[in-house]
Design a protein around this ligand. Structure first.
Ligand code: PLP
Length: 383
């Protein structure tokens, strides 16, 4: 068992592991060109495969932007707020009044809940899905209706429609969905939105959008807008841009909805460092492409390793993978925890599934080594 991060890294010098790492399908950018701090600053020795972060980011230019803005941390970043909102608007080809910044997209989900929910109102969301909106919806006094995903792990849009009434003021769609990493087709979503009661707003959470790639079945509601003023799209700098620690997310919606949500926003909740970092990150199209490419390779390797063990994960369109262990997930999670690897928390009602964020290749080797030591592996093979 690896008891510290240093021990883990030392263990990588062992011949077998080093050989396996060298064969890993590495893409164009060398490791030296990426910023190493996010990899080595875990002093507690844990391998973090639990929060769907980008282990390769942020890019070196973004780190430079953070460094060069340190001198202004004694000032409120009020003017930078506006220029960042303009930069994001420009990036998406929308008006600045359509952009609302928040302290992570979690904050945006909080604003959405407080702007559109309250006592006597209902939120409809999938189960399982990302939990923030449910939490804030309940906090706002609304009723929360959960509709299980389809057998293909898409949102059950027909099931959601059946539950929608005049009191349903908000529907939450997470696409790709966390924790299943699955997609709900664009066309189905358009049909669904058209049939919703007029008083229902729709928040579409595109936190992992870049990892899914654009296609006929998957198109962002920002990049390919749908003509309906009830839609709020949320994005984050925490995932592909590698800035989870700096906390920045945003919404793109009609000026009227942004105005409504802004009433609940905390003033000055965007920090001085992230305003510069985010602007630099938006310019980094090549490094974003590289992060996505690396993720595609890592995801493929994860599936190869899983298949070699007769395990079939859910098809993933994100930087994490969910799979059935045919064993209580809580025990599997604890087993990994004892081996210094954190994976996603239990995700009811999928009580035998685990969610694994993709980490560095060496970390994934440690994951599979630990998996092979699970006392339940043999049972799995029989499924
Ligand atoms: C689907 C989804 N939305 C939103 C968030 C919140 O991200 P943040 O608050 O860091 O922007 C997460 C975080 O994991 C997520 O998985």
């Amino acid at each position: 068992m690896i008891t510290s991060r240093r021990g883990f890294l030392r263990s990588l010098t062992g011949g077998a592991v080093a050989g396996a790492v060298a064969q890993w399908p590495l893409t164009g950018v060398t490791r030296a060109a990426t910023f190493e701090l996010s990899r080595f600053n875990q002093t507690d020795g844990l391998i973090l495969l639990n929060s769907n972060e980008n282990v390769y980011g942020p890019s070196a230019k973004v780190v430079d932007a953070i460094r060069s803005s340190i001198g202004s941390v004694n000032r409120y970043p009020r003017m930078q707020y506006d220029s960042l909102a303009e930069r994001i608007a420009d990036f998406h080809n929308v008006k600045p009044e359509q952009v609302l910044l928040g302290c992570g997209s979690t904050d945006i989900l909080r604003l959405t809940a407080f702007a559109f929910l309250g006592p006597g109102k209902q939120l409809i969301r999938a189960s399982p899905t990302f939990g923030a909106i449910e939490h804030y919806g309940r906090g706002a006094g609304a009723e929360v209706i959960s509709v299980q995903l389809t057998p293909a792990f898409a949102h059950d849009l027909d099931g959601m429609l059946v539950r929608a009434t005049a009191s349903t003021t908000l529907v939450y769609i997470c696409n790709p969905n966390n924790p299943t990493a699955s997609l709900t087709p664009r066309k189905d979503l358009e049909n669904f939105i058209r049939k919703l009661p007029e008083s229902t707003f729709v928040v579409i959470d595109e936190a992992y959008h870049q990892y899914a790639g654009q296609s006929g079945t998957n198109a962002s509601f920002i990049d390919r807008p749908y003509d309906d003023e009830r839609i709020i799209v949320t994005r984050t700098f925490s995932k592909v841009y590698g800035l989870a620690g700096l906390r920045l997310g945003y919404a793109v919606a009609s000026p009227k909805l942004v105005h409504q949500m802004r009433k609940f926003a905390t003033e000055d909740d965007i920090n001085a460092l992230v305003t510069r970092a985010a602007a630099a990150a938006l310019d980094e199209t090549e490094s974003v492409k590289d992060f996505v490419r690396r993720n595609t390779d890592d995801r493929q390797e994860f599936f190869n390793q899983a298949m070699a063990r007769a395990v079939k994960p859910i098809d993933s369109h994100a930087n994490f993978v969910m799979m059935n262990t045919f064993h209580p997930a809580e025990e599997v999670i604890q087993y990994f925890r004892k081996n210094n690897i954190l994976i996603g928390r239990p995700l009811p009602p999928m009580d035998t599934y685990i969610r694994v964020s993709l980490g560095w290749p060496e970390e994934m080797l440690a994951f599979w080594r630990t998996w092979d030591g699970l006392p339940y592996t043999k049972r799995l093979m029989s499924h």
